[in-house]
Design a protein around this ligand. Structure first.
Ligand code: SF4
Length: 57
């Protein structure tokens, strides 16, 4: 299924995280521009989806 929990960029929040909630995680993606590589991070839910989905290996 094309949902965040099956995506390479999804990282579940640890249970002891301050903002822990069931199904909540971070979407962390590597991006590249003319200056080099950088990381983008945003909050997401395991059953969300987006067009940047990449299946886990
Ligand atoms: S928001 Fe998109 S890129 Fe990020 S984890 Fe979910 S499906 Fe993957």
């Amino acid at each position: 299924m094309i949902i965040c929990s099956n995506c390479q960029s999804f990282f579940e929040l640890p249970k002891d995280a301050d903002d822990y909630a069931e199904g909540k995680g971070d979407c962390v993606r590597e991006e590249k521009d003319e200056k080099g590589k950088f990381w983008l991070s945003k909050s997401t839910q395991e059953n969300s989806t987006c067009s940047l989905f990449k299946a886990k290996h």
